[in-house]
Structure formats: structure tokens, C-alpha cells
Design a protein around this ligand. Structure first.
Ligand SMILES: Cc1cc2nc3c(=O)[nH]c(=O)nc-3n(C[C@H](O)[C@H](O)[C@H](O)COP(=O)(O)O)c2cc1C
Length: 378
């Protein structure tokens, strides 16, 4: 296996490795700042990119609850190239999201380079490349996880993006395509050689989708092979798990995905605050999320998009199960809001406080050279 030359920050970014991997000797501080290709990341918790979830409202909330870095969902480079309005809407960046990565996917180096320039123009801090998506619609185009089986093309894509932008480039990948694959250990160092400033590993195979468990012994092996920061993704659901994965792997940071869906308090808990939210806090965060999503996607798209979030917010024993069913069936978001406020009247005051605290997103950086999505909603 080749030993690669990285950005020289491995010692700083991998404190567990510097200390010899032992969880006994490593003092894990999730608030520790670290650097990704020159971008300072204020904390070792990263919010995962999730298609159909990681809208701006989700990312801004993630930053408020302790994520040091947030990431957009995967954005199609073909959509950017064709100036598809919905795709361009994904490139809207709000000031309170930084540091923010925008993730792109595709399989054509020219289109990837063009998309990277659009990501930079949009105001992102990092360009992330998706080499992990297991969904057939994506892999059959040669993109996502299928790139792990074509390291030559994968490296050309990284090189094209690194050449096209002055932003640091990161890659997010799976362990490989087939179950039990160790391809990430062969490909990862080559991607660094090609210009990646960081690697995120979700150590499940593409075939596994989300079944089984993430095997972070592979993450530890990858950390030992590259001199760039590695982010560990998969099954991080608590502070104890975050600390043990950081200690065991020497990763620079952990990434949290599903545990944060409708549950920003998981991020707060991982960062050290164990307090459970009250019903009023839960409803107020959901109401804020709904309003921001309407602003971002428009009322029509938001009302479909939001349905899955009701269960995510109100589950976990917070509200009786039929309440979610009731909300999903209400015809307008206004009625959902009224019903939520009737169930937790005190949420009105928590929401007012949140609206005072959360900055007005109208100072977004708008794209000068590209049309703004009509779905942006203002
Ligand atoms: C609904 C959903 C959508 C996802 N979309 C993306 C995506 O757009 N890009 C990506 O790199 N990973 C995506 N992922 C994978 C997550 O980023 C993460 O690696 C995975 O869920 C494992 O982490 P977790 O156990 O914390 O959820 C998605 C996962 C889920 C559940």
C-alpha cells in the first residue's frame, strides 16, 4: 500500500494517532479546533450530507447545536451545468452556515470542474465530492460509489476539481462496492495524491446500503495510511460513541447523520450538554424549521418535504404516535402550525426567542452569474 504525501497536518489533526491510538491515553475534546486544507473547523463534530434532508434550515440548525462543519446534500454536476433551477437552489449559502461544504456528484471531469467553480462562486468553504452514493440511479451513470471501482477516473475527477478551484477538496466514500471490500484503503491514498485535502469514510459497502454496522476498524487503517484529516461517518449516535470512535481511529472528526434528523439535541448531547429538550422546545424548533423551509423551498415543495420531519421531531416518546399521523393529514402548513401550538402553547414564547436569536437569512450571498432558483422563495 503506498504511503502518501499529504498536507503535513496529520500529526495535528490526528491526536489519537500521535498518542498511539490508546483510548486510555487520549483525552478526547470534541470542541478542539482543527484544520481542513487551511479552513479552520471549530469542533470535531460534522453534520452529514443527506439527500432530502440537508436543506439550509437543517445546516443552520446543525451549526447552532454544535456542528463545527456542515455539508449540503449531493448536488448534480449535470444539473449545475444545465443551470437547472432546482439544482441551483441547492447552492444558496447563508452567512451563519460557515464553515460549509457543498457536495457535488458526477463522473465527467469537465462538468465536475465547472461545478466546483460554481460552488466556489456560491460562497462555500469546501468542495466535497461524493464517491459513496449507493443508489442505482447515481451509480449507473458512473458516479457515487461506483467510482471506487474505477480509481483512475476517481483520481482524474479529484485532480480536475482541485485544479478548478482554490477551495480545499474533500472526498466522501464508502468502504467499497462489495460486502467486505477494503477498496477504500487502496483508493484513499491515491485520492490524496490527486489533490484531496480530506477523506470522509462511511465504512459500509455500497451493497450494504444502511444495513449492518459501520466498521470503523477500516477508518483506523485509513487514518494510518494518509496524512490528511479523516472524518469518520456511520453509527455515531452518542457522545460515548463519538469519543470511542475518535480514540480508536485517530480520525480528525466524527460525522453525524441519521441521529440528527429531527433531533438537533443529539448534536448538543455529543458536544457535552445532556439536557433533554422540553415539549415546547421541540415544537418551537420544528416550527422554526418549517418556516425556514418554506422560505427556502416555497410552500408547495416544503409541505411534502416536511412530512417526514414530523415523525422525526415528535417521535422518541416526545408526543403520542397518532399526533404525527394527524399532522401529516392536515392540508396546509398553517393548520399544522396551529395544531402544534395547541399541543404545546408555551412553544410560542420559545419560538419568539429563537426568532430573535437566529440571524435573518436575507443576507445570503446570492449568485451573481447564475439565475436564482424560483424555489429559493426569497
Ligand atoms: C436519507 C439519507 C441521505 C443521504 N444522502 C447522502 C448524500 O447526499 N451524500 C453523502 O455523501 N451521503 C449521504 N448519506 C450518507 C450519510 O452522509 C452518512 O454517511 C450515513 O448516513 C452514515 O451515517 P449515520 O449512521 O450517522 O447516519 C445519506 C444518508 C441518509 C440516511
Amino acid at each position: 500500500m503506498p504511503k502518501t504525501v499529504g498536507n503535513g497536518s496529520g500529526g495535528v489533526n490526528n491526536p489519537a494517532r500521535a498518542a498511539g491510538y490508546s483510548s486510555q491515553t487520549v483525552n478526547i475534546d470534541l470542541h478542539q479546533h482543527w484544520e481542513l486544507g487551511g479552513v479552520e473547523i471549530p469542533g470535531r463534530l460534522v453534520l452529514a450530507p443527506m439527500a432530502g434532508v440537508s436543506v439550509q434550515a437543517f445546516r443552520r440548525q446543525g451549526r447552532r447545536y454544535g456542528a463545527g462543519l456542515v455539508c449540503s446534500e449531493m448536488v448534480s454536476v449535470a444539473g449545475i451545468q444545465h443551470k437547472n433551477e432546482r439544482t441551483l437552489g441547492y447552492l444558496r449559502v447563508s452567512r451563519d452556515e460557515h464553515p460549509l461544504a457543498i457536495q457535488i456528484f458526477g463522473s465527467d471531469p469537465g462538468a465536475m470542474a465547472e461545478a466546483a467553480r460554481a460552488v466556489e462562486a456560491a460562497g462555500a468553504d469546501l468542495v466535497d465530492m461524493n464517491f459513496g452514493c449507493p443508489v442505482r440511479k447515481v451509480t449507473k451513470t458512473g458516479a457515487g460509489a461506483s467510482l471506487l471501482d474505477d480509481p483512475g477516473l476517481a483520481c482524474r475527477l479529484v485532480a480536475a476539481v482541485a485544479e478548478a478551484t482554490s477551495l480545499p477538496v474533500s472526498v466522501k466514500m464508502r468502504r467499497g462496492v462489495e460486502n467486505g471490500s477494503r477498496t477504500c484503503l487502496a483508493v484513499g491514498p491515491q485520492l490524496v495524491e490527486a489533490g484531496a485535502s480530506s477523506l470522509t469514510l462511511h465504512p459500509r459497502s455500497a451493497k450494504q446500503m444502511y444495513t449492518g454496522t459501520a466498521d470503523h476498524s477500516l477508518t483506523a487503517e485509513l487514518v494510518a495510511l494518509v496524512d490528511v484529516p479523516v472524518i469518520a461517518s456511520g453509527d455515531i449516535t452518542s457522545r460515548a460513541r463519538a469519543e470511542s470512535v475518535l480514540a480508536m481511529t485517530g480520525a480528525a472528526a466524527v460525522m453525524v447523520g441519521r441521529a440528527a434528523q429531527g433531533n438537533p439535541w443529539a448534536l448538543r448531547q455529543i458536544m457535552g450538554d445532556d439536557s433533554e429538550p422540553t415539549r415546547e422546545e421541540v415544537v418551537a424548533e420544528l416550527l422554526l424549521f418549517m418556516r425556514e423551509t418554506v422560505r427556502e423551498l416555497g410552500e408547495h415543495r416544503a409541505s411534502g418535504f416536511l412530512k417526514k420531519f414530523y415523525g422525526w421531531y415528535l417521535g422518541r416518546g416526545r408526543f403520542p404516535r397518532p399526533f404525527k399521523q394527524e399532522l401529516v393529514q392536515l392540508p396546509t402548513l398553517d393548520e399544522v402550525e396551529q395544531r402544534l401550538l395547541a399541543a404545546a402553547p408555551g412553544a410560542r414564547f420559545v419560538l419568539e426567542r429563537l426568532l430573535d436569536e437566529v440571524p435573518d437569512p436575507s443576507d445570503e450571498i446570492l449568485l451573481d452569474s447564475l439565475p436564482i432558483s424560483i424555489y429559493g422563495g426569497g
